[in-house]
Design a binder for this molecule. Structure first.
Ligand SMILES: CC(=O)[C@@H](O)[C@H](O)COP(=O)(O)O
Ligand SMILES: NCC(=O)COP(=O)(O)O
Length: 247
């Protein structure tokens, strides 16, 4: 069980690629962003190769595989195409996420409880290539228990509802849901990560939750990088979460 105050920052570079894809140019290169992020203190690099290839492309993942000094967290939908690609690149970490083509972003967590046999088979297959498999789920006891049953060593709690909450009561309720989820995950013996929609003004409360292993953050970092550069944006976020985790 993880109980230390050490917290890791996984930098998601998807939206560097979003900007590139908007014009079909060669720039900005997410691979350069990944290397800058590592220099600025990122503990890992997260990429989501979506079925519709709206941002990250195979080329990015293949290059990152060769150049990363830290580790890749490869987010993927549970499809045969992605399973075969993951087997080819063997990332250190794989996070299984739900995916629909029409969504603006990942809207909810993976329904592990509703498809245990299918997720169990995927976890078993991906564990064989040496990847640590995590499941991107809502902070819901049913989903957390099912994640343990299917043999995933890790979960990533979807913090989108917390990030979208508008009133103080809603924010407090959503934060409590995440705290309860972290505790439930730790009690189940899982590594507990969290992410989605976290930014400079909402991250501290989540980073302060004892036992969280890693926060995956992307959109807010890429946005802030426009004004302070990618290294500056990552360094600021890293300092913020480390300070919050110490309290
Ligand atoms: C699963 C997840 O939360 C990330 O992939 C992140 O949201 C960035 O990708 P999208 O914005 O394409 O969902
Ligand atoms: N899994 C969450 C992630 O990688 C980053 O999400 P976001 O910060 O881009 O919303």
């Amino acid at each position: 069980m993880t109980t230390s105050n050490r917290i890791l920052l996984g930098v998601n570079i998807d939206h560097v690629a979003t900007l590139r894809q908007a014009r079909g140019t060669r720039y900005p290169d997410p691979v350069k962003a990944a290397l800058d992020a590592e220099e600025a203190g990122a503990d890992g690099i997260t990429v989501h190769l979506r079925e519709d290839r709206r941002h990250i492309q195979e080329r990015d993942v293949l290059l990152l595989k060769d150049v990363l000094q830290t580790r890749m967290n490869f987010e993927m939908g549970v499809t045969e195409e992605m399973m075969a690609f993951a087997e080819r690149i063997r990332p250190a970490h794989i996070c299984l996420v739900p995916e629909t083509r029409q969504e603006l972003t990942t809207e909810g967590g993976l329904d592990v409880a509703g498809q245990e046999a299918r997720i169990k088979a995927a976890v078993e297959r991906l564990s064989k290539i040496g990847s640590e498999v995590s499941l991107f789920i809502d902070a819901d006891e049913r989903q957390i228990e099912a994640s343990r049953r299917v043999g995933a060593p890790a979960i990533e709690l979807h913090t989108g509802r917390y990030a979208d909450a508008t009133t103080p009561t809603e924010v407090a309720d959503e934060l409590q849901r995440i705290i309860d989820g972290v505790n439930c995950g730790l009690n189940e013996g899982l590594i507990v990560n969290a992410g989605h929609g976290l930014h400079y003004h909402n991250v501290e409360a989540v980073a302060a939750i004892k036992g969280i292993n890693e926060l995956n953050i992307g959109h807010a970092l890429v946005a802030h990088a426009l004004f302070v550069g990618f290294k500056g944006a990552v360094a600021e976020m890293k300092a913020l979460i480390l300070a919050a985790a110490k309290h």
